[in-house]
Design a protein around this ligand. Structure first.
Ligand code: ADE
Ligand code: ZN
Length: 333
């Protein structure tokens, strides 16, 4: 075979689409529930896993927000993030850009500063101990109002030096990017780079809106962009990366089978597609598993896998010299 498991394991990788709350494994969920005296509606880890049978994005989000209810203290956020970073090390993810959803926590009375401090401390430790670099992206929940988004931004303003950009996530259909045009304009004025989930379940028009109204530098998911040739041309012309999450797309029924996924078609269309895990504790695999599963199901060639890895670095917010260093290592493999 052209691609061996060892070669894939050694390939330097990025992760550009990862919700830290989506890395909460059932074992940690139970441990934190016990530590914090939180009651869970499940009586075992197996029962939690058995509930992970999703019909669509919303049915997943309902469980995901409920699960996050065990996260209360700075140490909880540290432990969650530290566990994820160990997975990064195992999968040779050398650079990761994480989302966090402050509104999921502040709505339960957990201060913004508590969430931020726990995540940041784990990121700093991973940089020192494992040389994993990272960026942190504050996501606004699009099922909430514009006003609530502005309140969250005001709360974040004293700590802006601790975040690297903003994003938009949660229930896509019915909550188009245009709902947050003014919020994202304010983020732009504050100098924050912007990304948005679009074209996961929502139509190509949402991708256009994210580009034109939110002025994003990356599209999260974006797999439905292929339905609109003019949009493909625009994404290509502007070299806008798409943070594709293959196993997520299968679990949330965006595609029925991995062999039906359009990852190769995105590459063939000349788009800057990348491979990411989204919410790995819920979708059955971290980044390494997404790469292995795609390589097998789509029979990706070594050249295609290298292109995906290079795209992860060019699509990242790493300085160009660091991108170039990693890309040289990939090219030499
Ligand atoms: N929040 C966590 N995962 C998400 C996804 N795949 N789409 C939208 N919002 C999310
Ligand atoms: Zn996502």
């Amino acid at each position: 075979m052209d691609v061996t498991a060892d070669w894939l394991a050694r390939l330097p990788k990025t992760e550009l689409h990862l919700h830290i709350e989506g890395t909460l494994e059932p074992e940690l969920m139970f441990a934190l529930a016990q530590r914090n005296g939180v009651r869970l509606p499940y009586d075992s880890v197996e029962a939690v896993r058995a509930a992970y049978d999703f019909a669509n994005l919303q049915s997943f989000l309902d469980l995901y927000y409920a699960g996050a209810g065990v996260l209360l203290t700075e140490q909880d956020f540290y432990d969650l993030t530290a566990a994820y970073l160990l997975r990064c090390r195992a999968d040779r993810v050398v650079h990761t850009e994480l989302f966090f959803d402050p509104q999921t926590h502040t709505a339960r009375g957990v201060p913004y500063a508590t969430v931020l401090a726990g995540i940041r401390r784990a990121l700093t430790d991973a940089h020192e101990q494992f040389a994993i670099s990272s960026k942190l992206i504050l996501c606004f929940l699009r099922h909430l109002s514009e006003e609530e988004g502005f309140a969250t931004l005001r709360e974040a303003e004293p700590y802006l030096d601790l975040i690297d950009g903003v994003g938009l996530d949660s229930s896509e259909v019915g909550h188009p990017p245009e709902k947050f045009a003014r919020l994202f304009a304010r983020c732009k004025a504050l100098g924050l780079p912007r990304v948005a989930h679009a074209g996961e379940e929502g139509p190509p028009d949402y991708v256009w809106q994210a580009l034109d109204l939110l002025d994003v530098c990356r599209i999260d998911h974006g797999v439905r962009a292929l339905e609109d040739p003019a949009l493909v041309d625009e994404l290509k012309r502007r070299r806008i990366p798409l943070t594709v999450c293959p196993l997520s797309n299968i679990r949330l029924k965006v595609f029925q089978r991995l062999s039906d996924h359009n990852l190769r078609a995105l590459l063939e269309a000349g788009l800057v597609a990348t491979v990411n895990s989204d919410d790995p504790a819920y979708f059955g695999g971290y980044v390494g598993e997404n790469w292995r599963a795609c390589a097998a199901a789509l029979q990706l060639t070594r050249a295609e896998l290298k292109q995906l890895a290079v795209n992860g670095f060019t699509g990242s917010w790493l300085p160009e010299v660091e991108q170039a260093r990693w890309i040289a290592e990939i090219e030499a493999m």
